[in-house]
Design a binder for this molecule. Structure first.
Ligand code: GLC
Length: 562
C-alpha cells in the first residue's frame, strides 16, 4: 500500500475564512474508497494511503460520508456513536493521522454529521426503549401514542422516505417516528440535551482539526407535530406551500438550531464551515446558506436537470442570484452517493422520451432490469458527462465531486438482490432498486482481487470490466476521464475568486456560453450538431476539438482572442 504523500510543495492551508467559497470538494464514501486491511470494507487508513492521489487530482477538500460506528442499516447514516470511528474502519488515532496527512497535502477535511436521527443502537435509543412511556429518555426521540383502543394503530399514515410506514410500535402502545429506515429513529430537537450533545460533537471534531461539516437532512430537524396529526395527503398539500409550516420538513425554527451551531463554528480560526443537505423549495434554500447559519447549502438543480442548455442556464442564473443574496457562494453537484452516476444518467433516454429517466435517485427501468434493457448509451453518456463537468468546474462557486466520477465510472446495475444493501430496495420489495450502484468500491488497478481496492474482496460486487476504468489504466492515458479532471482542476486554480459571469448569446438555443471576469470563456455545445468554434485559444476541451468546429456534447475553456 502506498505511503501518504508528504511532499512539501503542497499549498499551506492558512487561515483564510473564505477558503470554501470556490473550493473543489471531493466526496469520499469511506467504505468504498480504499481498503487498507483487506476485509472488503474501505477504511480510514485506506483514505490516508490515497492522499497522494487526491493531491495529484487537485482537490481542495475531502468530504467523508459517515465513518462512525454503525450497523449499516443505511450505509452508515445510522450512527451509533457520533464521537467515534467504526472499529471496522479504524480508530480515532487513524482518523487523526488521516487529517494530518490531508492537511499536510493542502487538503481540508469535511465530515458528515447526521443530526436528524440516530441509529436504534445509540445508547439514548436503547435507554428510551427500556424506559416507560412519558419518561425523560423517550423525550429525546419522537414517541407518540398509537391510535385504536390499545394503541395498536400507527399515530398517522405517514410513509418513510425509504418506503413503508414512518412509525414503529415499541410494544406498550407507543410508536416512534422514523422518517427514514426503522433503524433510524428521529431525534427530538426541541430537547435541550439533544441540542447540547450535538454542540459537543461539533466541537469534538473541530478540535481534532476538521475544517467543516456536511449536514445530513438539514431541513428535517425541527418538527411541529400537532395533537391531531395531518394525514399523508394533507402533508403533501402543505409541502407544496413551502411556507415553513410542514410538520416534518423545512420549518422556520430549524434556523434557530443553526444559529447555535454558527456560534460554535466561529469559536475556531478559521471558522468551521458547513454545507446543508436540504431538499427544499429553491426559494427557501438561501436561508440554510445564510452566514448566520450553516453558510452554504447544496443545490441539486443541475443534478436533477437534463443535459440541456436552457435548463442549465436558468439553473445557473437562479443559483448565482440566490448565492449573491445570501452572501454565500453557490454549490454545484452532478453526482453523489444518493443518485445514479451522471455518466449513466446522460446515457439513458431523455426525460419524457422513455421510462428510464423518471428519477435520478433510483428505480429506473434500466436499473431494474439489471442493466440488460437495451437503452443505455455508455459512450454518449460519458461524453455528455465530460461536457457537463467542464461547465460545472468553470462556474463560480464550489464544486462537489463524487469518488469515481473522475474515472468516468458508470452506475453498476447488475448487483444481485442478495448482495444489495440499500434499505430502499428492501423497504419497497425491490420496486426501487436503491443506491448501491453508485457505491461499488472504486477500481485502482487493472486487475487483482478487487481491482486494487484492497487485498481482499469488495463488499459490493464490482463488474468484470471495472479494471478498464481504474486509476492505473487511466493515469497514463491523456484521453482518459482522469486526465481531463486533473487538467481541469489544475487550470481552475488559475481562476481568481470571480463569483459572477456574463452570458454570451447568439450561438443558438443548444449552446451555453459565458465569460468569466478573469476573461475566460466557457462554451458548451449541448446540441446534436457542430457549431463554429469561437475565436481564441482553447485551454481545455472535454473531448477532442479539431479545426474550427465545436462538436456536439463538447465543452471548451478558452481565452478569448485579443
Ligand atoms: C441523506 C443521505 C442519505 C441518507 C439519508 C438519511 O439524504 O445523503 O444517504 O440515506 O440522508 O440519513
Amino acid at each position: 500500500m502506498a505511503q501518504p504523500d508528504t511532499r512539501s510543495d503542497a499549498a499551506p492551508l492558512g487561515v483564510d475564512p473564505d477558503w470554501w467559497r470556490q473550493a473543489v470538494v471531493y466526496q469520499v464514501y469511506p467504505r468504498s474508497f480504499a481498503d487498507a486491511t483487506g476485509d472488503g470494507i474501505g477504511d480510514i487508513p485506506g483514505v490516508t494511503s490515497r492522499v497522494g492521489y487526491l493531491r495529484e487530482l487537485g482537490v481542495d477538500a475531502v468530504w467523508l460520508s459517515p465513518f462512525y460506528p454503525s450497523a449499516l442499516a443505511d450505509g452508515g447514516y445510522d450512527v451509533d456513536d457520533y464521537r467515534n470511528v467504526d472499529p471496522r474502519l479504524g480508530t480515532l488515532d487513524d482518523f487523526d493521522a488521516m487529517v494530518t496527512a490531508l492537511h499536510d497535502a493542502g487538503i481540508r477535511v469535511i465530515v458528515d454529521i447526521v443530526p436528524n436521527h440516530s441509529s436504534n443502537r445509540h445508547v439514548w435509543f436503547q435507554e428510551a426503549l427500556a424506559s416507560p412511556k412519558g419518561s425523560r429518555a423517550r423525550d429525546r426521540y419522537v414517541f407518540r401514542d398509537g391510535l385504536g383502543e390499545n394503541g395498536e394503530l400507527p399515530p398517522s399514515d405517514w410513509q418513510s422516505v425509504f418506503g413503508g410506514p414512518a412509525w414503529e410500535p415499541v410494544g406498550d402502545g407507543q410508536w416512534y417516528l422514523h422518517i427514514f429506515a426503522t433503524e433510524q429513529p428521529d431525534l427530538n430537537w426541541a430537547d435541550r440535551e439533544v441540542r447540547d450533545d450535538f454542540l459537543h460533537t461539533l466541537r469534538f471534531w473541530s478540535d481534532r482539526g476538521v475544517d467543516g461539516f456536511r449536514v445530513d437532512v438539514a431541513h428535517g430537524l425541527a418538527k411541529g407535530l400537532p395533537e391531531v396529526l395531518p394525514s399523508a395527503a394533507e402533508l403533501a398539500e402543505i409541502e407544496k406551500l413551502a411556507d415553513g409550516t410542514h410538520a416534518l420538513w423545512d420549518r422556520d425554527e430549524v434556523h434557530e438550531i443553526y444559529a447555535e451551531w454558527r456560534a460554535v463554528f466561529d469559536e475556531y480560526t478559521p471558522p468551521r464551515t458547513a454545507v446543508a443537505e436540504a431538499w427544499v423549495a429553491a426559494s427557501r434554500r438561501a436561508r440554510y446558506a445564510s452566514a448566520d447559519g450553516l453558510g452554504q447549502a447544496f443545490n441539486f438543480d443541475l443534478l436533477e436537470a437534463d443535459f440541456d442548455a436552457a435548463q442549465f442556464r436558468d439553473i445557473i442564473t437562479f443559483n448565482l442570484e440566490q448565492a449573491a443574496a445570501s452572501g454565500s457562494s453557490s454549490t454545484w453537484v452532478l453526482s453523489n452517493h444518493d443518485v445514479v452516476r451522471h455518466a449513466t444518467r446522460y446515457g439513458l433516454p431523455a426525460r419524457g422520451t422513455g421510462p428510464d429517466r423518471d428519477t435520478v435517485k433510483s428505480g429506473t427501468a434500466w436499473l431494474l432490469s439489471g442493466g440488460t434493457a437495451p437503452v443505455l448509451d455508455e459512450a454518449g453518456g460519458l461524453r455528455k458527462a465530460h461536457a457537463a463537468t467542464l461547465v460545472l468546474l468553470g462556474l463560480p462557486g464550489s464544486a462537489y465531486l463524487y469518488q469515481g466520477e473522475e474515472l468516468g465510472l458508470q452506475e453498476v446495475a447488475d448487483i444481485p438482490a442478495e448482495e444489495r444493501q440499500d434499505p430502499t430496495f428492501f423497504r419497497t420489495d425491490g420496486g426501487e432498486i436503491g443506491r448501491d450502484g453508485c457505491r461499488v468500491p472504486i477500481p485502482w488497478t487493472t486487475s487483482g482481487p478487487s481491482f486494487g481496492f484492497g487485498a481482499g474482496g469488495s463488499h459490493l460486487p464490482q463488474p468484470a470490466g471495472f479494471g478498464a476504468s481504474s486509476v492505473e489504466a487511466e493515469e497514463g492515458d491523456p484521453a482518459s476521464t482522469l486526465s481531463l479532471y486533473r487538467r481541469a482542476l489544475a487550470l481552475r486554480h488559475e481562476l481568481q475568486g470571480a463569483e459572477t459571469l456574463e452570458w454570451i448569446d447568439g450561438d443558438g438555443p443548444d449552446v451555453l456560453a459565458f465569460r468569466r471576469p478573469d476573461g475566460w470563456l466557457i462554451v458548451a455545445n449541448m446540441g446534436e450538431t457542430s457549431i463554429p468554434l469561437p475565436a481564441g485559444e482553447v485551454l481545455l476541451a472535454s473531448d477532442p476539438v479539431d479545426g474550427a468546429e465545436l462538436p456536439p456534447a463538447t465543452t471548451v475553456w478558452m481565452r478569448a482572442a485579443g
